[in-house]
Design a protein around this ligand. Structure first.
Ligand code: PRP
Length: 209
């Protein structure tokens, strides 16, 4: 399924700041870090937990352990996902991290080039979180997911983005039906250049110049 965080006022406020063309790259990067942290926190609500016993200085009581939080692999798609990953790591501090580069070619083919790929082994009880702020045509993620699938089959395959176009979501769902897509918001459409509308512009350029 596709999950958006439109009912979270705080996440929507951060998204609004990211959309604003007057937001500079310092605030833009900070906004992406915040979204990684808060969307990551929301993700923990969908994870398996284990009841454990804990001893306070006074007595024993019940507590919980979010087991899946310990078995996370974050895949960072350069460049724009770097600040998003930084935020995610605040929540998933045990995470192993894979880094891949994937850049889009020009319209109409949008062919994807992957020049750098470093991905850790994926184990059966892992939750893989592929972070990329923008899901436009979906070509980048489909290419990245093909690569990631060579490293093992995880318990859950999660895509974490900020904005997605409906076109990109349908293409990813078709190619990887098992993928769970979490985005702050699903936007209206793509323009002829493959940009999300209303969108926030080019996330990589806005974050890094
Ligand atoms: C952007 C974005 C995604 C991709 C989405 O990256 O961060 O990776 O485009 O487009 P798609 O869904 O149509 O494939 P870009 O190629 O601009 O690279 P950058 O982050 O390094 O600027």
């Amino acid at each position: 399924g596709v999950y958006s965080f439109e009912d979270s006022p705080f996440i929507m406020e951060i998204l609004t700041e990211l959309r604003d063309k007057n937001t500079d790259s310092i605030a833009f990067r900070k906004g992406l870090v915040k979204l990684g942290r808060y969307m990551g926190y929301e993700l923990t609500k969908t994870m398996d937990v284990e009841e454990i016993e804990v001893e306070t200085p006074l007595e024993k009581t019940r507590g919980i352990l979010v087991k899946d939080r310990r078995n996370v692999v974050i895949i960072t798609v350069l460049r724009a996902a770097i600040p998003l990953m930084e935020g995610l790591i605040k929540v998933f501090e045990h995470a192993r991290v894979g880094i891949v580069s994937a850049s889009r070619g020009k319209a109409p083919k949008f062919e994807i080039e992957m020049n750098y790929i470093k991905i850790p082994t994926v184990k059966p009880d892992d939750t893989v979180i592929v972070a990329d702020p923008m899901i436009a045509t979906g070509s980048t993620l489909i290419r990245v997911l093909k690569e990631v699938s060579k490293y093992g089959r995880p318990k859950r395959l999660i895509i974490l983005g900020v904005l997605a176009a409906p076109e990109g979501i349908s293409r990813i769902k078709e190619a990887f039906p098992e993928a769970e897509i979490f985005v702050a918001k699903v936007d209206r459409e793509l323009n002829e250049k493959g940009y999300i509308l209303p969108g926030l512009g080019d996330a990589g350029d806005r974050a890094f110049g």
